[in-house]
Design a protein around this ligand. Structure first.
Ligand SMILES: Nc1ncnc2c1ncn2[C@@H]1O[C@H](COP(=O)(O)OP(=O)(O)O)[C@@H](O)[C@H]1O
Ligand SMILES: [Mg+2]
Length: 263
């Protein structure tokens, strides 16, 4: 049932008559916030920025959950398979679900996902991810989905990260790891996002290396060419963490970003 469906309260004539009106409670619901975080590459700050977003949501009193649908590289500790990204997203979330839901495909080998999956005889597919996403949405008011690697990383022979973002129908936030070469990587990613019919709703300039030459000029060149708001520029942090990164970001520029709900 969608929020637009008529609400049948009971079978009295009056109730049936009023049931064609939108339900007052449903129409008063705030729009939920969800997005897909992608990046110009692997190791450029997607997990850091996703965690910062979750931290900011939790600070606003929102029930927020991170999702890393496909993660490659896990180690067994205390009887549980751990992946750094999954652990960081869980630490920044305030809704905690079984890892099999937040990460339907947790692969052991730290390799390209389709390779790691083949090693385990697994085929990564959209359906389990979409089903898990629905479960997360039922438990949380905001969901931040972190992609794997760059935007066109293959997940199986005919399905990649971009296809996954499209299946999830999510607006995209692009993290640009500021380093030599990032302008072309960023613009190619912007093109790929548009080619899937997805909306780029914001981007982040993340200083993954200290003292990059001409960093200001690179950010200016990107800002001139990317038709989406710059959510902020995160400097090279001495102690990288969700809270420290969030201090440099303005997520209120994102559509459906929730208002403060904490008293
Ligand atoms: N602005 C930053 N300052 C300091 N360290 C950073 C910054 N951004 C990312 N890092 C570090 O770089 C590494 C890769 O970041 P991560 O968020 O895991 O990237 P990705 O998710 O894109 O692979 C991590 O160790 C992270 O702490
Ligand atoms: Mg990551």
């Amino acid at each position: 049932m969608s929020l637009d469906d008529p609400l049948i309260v009971n079978d009295t004539a009056d109730a049936v008559k009023t049931s064609t009106q939108p339900a007052a409670a449903a129409s008063a619901l705030p729009p939920r916030f969800s997005c897909f975080v992608t990046g110009t590459d692997t190791e450029i700050g997607k997990t850091l920025i996703s965690s910062a977003m979750l931290h900011a949501l939790v600070q606003r009193g929102v029930r927020a959950c991170g999702m890393k649908p496909v993660a490659a590289g896990a180690e067994l500790r205390d009887g549980r398979w751990h992946n750094d990204d999954c652990d960081q997203l869980a630490a920044a979330s305030n809704v905690h679900l079984p890892q099999s839901i937040t990460t339907p495909f947790l692969l052991r080998e730290a390799a390209a996902p389709h390779i790691a999956a083949a090693l385990e005889g697994v085929t990564i597919a959209a359906v389990p991810i979409l089903a898990a996403y629905v479960e997360i949405n039922a438990a949380a008011d905001a969901t931040v989905v972190e992609g794997v690697g760059g935007f066109r990383v293959p997940l199986n022979d005919d399905f990649d990260t971009a296809d996954l973002a499209a299946e999830l129908e999510l607006p995209v936030v692009l993290v640009v790891g500021l380093r030599l070469g990032c302008i072309s990587h960023a613009l190619l990613t912007v093109e790929a996002i548009a080619a899937r019919g997805l909306k780029l709703v914001g981007w982040v300039a993340n200083e993954t290396v200290a003292d990059m030459a001409f960093a200001d000029e690179n950010v200016a060149a990107l800002a001139q060419r990317i038709d989406a708001p710059l959510l902020g520029r995160v400097p090279r942090l001495a102690t990288p963490g969700a809270q420290a990164a969030a201090a440099h970001l303005d997520f209120t520029l994102l559509p459906n970003w929730p208002a403060h709900t904490k008293l």
